[in-house]
Design a protein around this ligand. Structure first.
Ligand SMILES: Cc1ncc(COP(=O)(O)O)c(C=O)c1O
Length: 384
């Protein structure tokens, strides 16, 4: 049975070139990048090259890149680091109700330390209303954090409009964006959007697990969370994971190559999947933006009357791998906070699956997966 992997928002298959590079670096370039001898310098050179590759995709400079263990750590550093560093200016923070848990739980942590957090609602498509944000920003607001592409519904937030508005109302407030799902997949215009900090993760872009990065615009002051030898400009102490960082840099370059073309190809796959399911005649509902809009690689669907987990395992038996809710935290029995926030009723909440595509999928696979999904749904509904 051919395996069809449609859980690319959770994690991706590494490029073969990335695997080759990480294993070579792991076995051959084991010097400490902080050491002064030539083996240290060799490791340092590898990291410098990756820093350059990541900076290109962010549209920033090499000295603005801070390597971390992943997106979760980078979000924690950006949010807690900014809040603690700037608390003398104010203690008001803003985020949205549909953020990734690494963002939401960082804000909940800060609430325990006396910060006041405003949580923006979203509409039925998962988008925040810039006017709602406008009404919340005040003099004491020191940080606003919003994601670019939502990992469950594929909703894209209007970051350009939001960034301009933040600057008009409170030019001092820092603007942090989680671009884990968009990095290398769709164009980022962080400078134009007036973003101060952005976060990405290697394993979402066909890189290794265990590496991520915070881009922090020059001059943005942060309090480090990890104290030690002062690596990564003093913001993230600890010996760098040279092999994972090398693979991360290469994955960023390969992902962003021909970005527009790949974005279009992913969108074609997503539409083909959706159309094939519709033509099968099964009843299902779309959660989030229309298939032609939103992220090119994510579609979230509910199959009323079925339990998501049951359908997920039935698909797994057919070799198709998908997510119920968000894989980052889907072992939790609670329904998705994102799908709740966009107003799904319990029948649609309990039956929601996320299908997410990558450049490793092709059209034949996608059509086969849609046919199998339709068949599994009919079988479970007792139709066939
Ligand atoms: C939008 C978003 N932010 C952050 C993360 C966390 O990244 P990592 O798995 O590298 O910690 C994820 C992972 O699912 C994500 O989708």
């Amino acid at each position: 049975m051919a395996e069809i992997y449609l859980d690319n928002s959770a994690s991706t298959r590494p490029y073969p070139e990335v695997n080759k590079l990480t294993s070579r670096v792991q076995s051959e370039i084991y010097g400490n990048p902080s050491s002064l001898h030539d083996m240290g310098l060799e490791a340092e050179k590898i990291i410098r090259e990756a820093r350059r590759q990541i900076a290109v995709v962010f549209g920033g400079r090499e000295n603005e890149i801070i390597f971390t263990s992943g997106g979760t750590e980078a979000n924690n550093l950006a949010i807690k680091g900014a809040a603690f560093r700037h608390r003398r200016r104010g203690s008001h923070l803003i985020t949205s109700v549909i953020e990734h848990p690494s963002v939401l739980n960082s804000f909940r942590f800060l609430e325990k330390y006396g910060f006041e957090v405003s949580y923006l609602p979203v509409n039925s498509q998962g988008a925040v209303n810039p006017d709602d944000l406008k009404a919340l920003i005040r003099k004491e607001t020191i940080l606003i954090s919003l994601m670019h592409i939502n990992n469950e519904t594929g909703t894209i937030q209007p970051l350009g409009e939001i960034g301009r508005m933040i600057r008009e109302i409170n030019p001092e407030a820092l603007f942090h964006v989680d671009v884990v799902q968009s990095f290398g997949r769709i164009p980022l215009r962080l400078k134009e959007w007036q973003v101060d900090m952005a976060v990405c993760s290697a394993h979402k872009i066909h890189g290794p697990r265990g590496a991520g990065s915070l881009w922090s615009r020059k001059g943005t002051l942060l309090e480090p969370l990890l104290h030690g030898g002062g690596q990564e400009s003093g913001l993230r102490s600890g010996t760098e994971n040279t092999a994972a960082i090398a693979g991360f840099g290469l994955a960023a370059r390969l992902t962003a190559e021909k970005m527009r073309q790949k974005e279009e190809e992913l969108r074609v796959l997503k539409l083909a999947f959706f159309n094939e399911l519709q033509n099968s005649g099964i009843k299902f509902n779309l959660n989030g933006p229309a298939p032609g809009e939103g992220a090119p690689h994510i579609i979230n669907l509910s199959f009323p009357g079925l339990r998501a987990e049951v359908l997920l395992h039935s698909l797994e038996e057919r070799g198709i791998h998908v997510s119920a809710g968000s894989a980052c935290h889907s072992r939790h029995p609670e329904p998705s906070h994102v799908l709740k926030a966009i107003g799904l009723d319990s029948e649609n909440l309990d039956s929601a699956l996320r299908f997410s595509f990558s450049v490793f999928n092709d059209k034949n696979e996608i059509i086969a997966a849609a046919k199998e999904t339709a068949e599994a749904v009919q079988e479970l509904r007792g139709i066939i």
